[in-house]
Write a protein that binds this ligand. Structure first.
Ligand code: FES
Ligand SMILES: [Fe+2]
Length: 367
């Protein structure tokens, strides 16, 4: 069975991005001590810095004079000065000083992008600034909840972001890609079935139980207990590439699709995972993530161990996905063949493609 045409949607250099939505541009700790971050987002070089007032500023990383990088410049108050010929730009990108020239053309400047900081994440709006409404930012309360502890992470992928979304749309890959890290055994792919794939207007929700299994290595490392467990994963993926997962381990026999295992069931150990995929280009991606736990909060080594386990696991994904990217680029006409487990990723790609089409049609209508 070949995938429906609109779902094949391979990464190509001409693939459009959804513009009118919030993307994660960075973690707040990246801007400490006056640091400037140069980061390409949706193909646009952007400079990020924190001005004197404390706000995170995002501007085009290209001086409007001769194209020097503003990220090689100097922060002055909330402004940045290009260190080539000294033009100074305010936090909106407007040129406010030209050394040796009194008259500043009123429209001279670089593009500024709306930003919002929430729960240690810096969000950026790359589309029409008039539509930037912070209410549209997805909430992940665990990042600010003292009942959870994590460790923020970042990875760079040489692959289109949708290939990473595909990877997360099916937990069956845990069994084969992450056998010795996050998965635990190949049996996971055969014995656990998604109990529900819920198609959402802006993504999907998948739930999967794995009953009476040995604890996977990343969990066993921190709990130091080999007792069999029931494991529940509930994952949600939202447009344009935001993934939230709730994981719960309970003693074997106390969970199951036919039972309601309360979140705080005796012996339950839980995790909350957020992952944010921001396209750098059509063939590369910024990946921001955190993996939080709700027990042993006074032991920093638990979050550190989990962080290292995740990095190990994500690098396993990265090796497969970056090679897949190269293979797909080599032959864009390659027809993929769908299996039942692809239902969620097919739905996601359709949903995203419709949103992008709608955005482009609206732009054409205005033009
Ligand atoms: S290139 Fe920036 S001031 Fe000349
Ligand atoms: Fe994975």
């Amino acid at each position: 069975m070949a995938l429906p045409k609109d779902a094949v949607h391979q990464a190509s250099a001409h693939e459009p991005f959804l513009m009118d939505c919030w993307y994660v541009a960075g973690w707040d700790h990246e801007l400490i001590d006056g640091r400037m971050v140069a980061r390409t987002i949706l193909g646009k070089p952007v400079v990020l810095y924190r001005g004197e007032s404390g706000r995170a500023v995002a501007l085009d990383d290209r001086c409007c004079h001769r194209g020097a990088r503003l990220s090689h410049g100097r922060v002055e108050g909330d402004c940045v000065r290009c260190m080539y010929h000294g033009l100074k730009f305010d936090a909106t990108g407007k040129c406010v000083q030209i050394p040796g020239q009194d008259n500043i053309p009123p429209r001279l400047g670089v593009r500024g992008y709306p930003t919002v900081e929430r729960d240690r994440l810096i969000w950026i709006w790359m589309g029409d600034p008039a539509k930037a409404d912070a209410a549209g930012i997805l909430d992940f309360p665990y990042l600010r909840d003292p009942g959870w502890r994590g460790h923020p992470g970042y990875l760079h992928y040489d692959a289109n972001y949708l290939l990473i979304v595909d990877n997360l749309a099916d937990f069956a890959h845990l069994a084969f890609v992450h056998t010795k890290t996050l998965g635990g055994s190949e049996e996971y792919a055969f014995k656990s079935k998604p109990t529900a794939i819920e198609r959402l207007d802006d993504g999907f929700r998948v739930e999967r139980w794995h009953l009476n299994a040995a604890p996977p290595p990343f969990h066993r490392k921190v709990v130091r207990d080999d007792a069999m467990v029931d494991r529940r994963n509930i994952a949600r993926m939202y447009v344009p590439g935001i993934f939230f997962m709730e994981t719960m381990f309970v003693p074997a026999g106390s969970g199951g699709a036919d039972k309601t295992a309360p979140d705080k069931a005796a012996g339950a150990k839980q995790y909350r995972n957020c992952q944010f995929f921001t396209p750098e280009s059509a063939t590369s991606t910024h990946f921001f993530w955190d993996y939080l736990h709700d027990y042993a909060l006074d032991d920093p080594n638990v979050s550190l161990s989990l962080y290292h386990s995740m990095v190990e696991g994500f690098n396993e994904d990265k090796a497969i996905i970056e090679a897949q990217q190269k293979t797909l680029e080599a032959d864009p006409s390659f027809p993929m063949h769908a299996i039942v487990a692809d239902a969620a990723l097919v739905h996601f790609r359709r949903t995203l493609a419709h949103r992008i089409d709608a955005e482009r049609s609206a732009l054409k209508a205005v033009a």
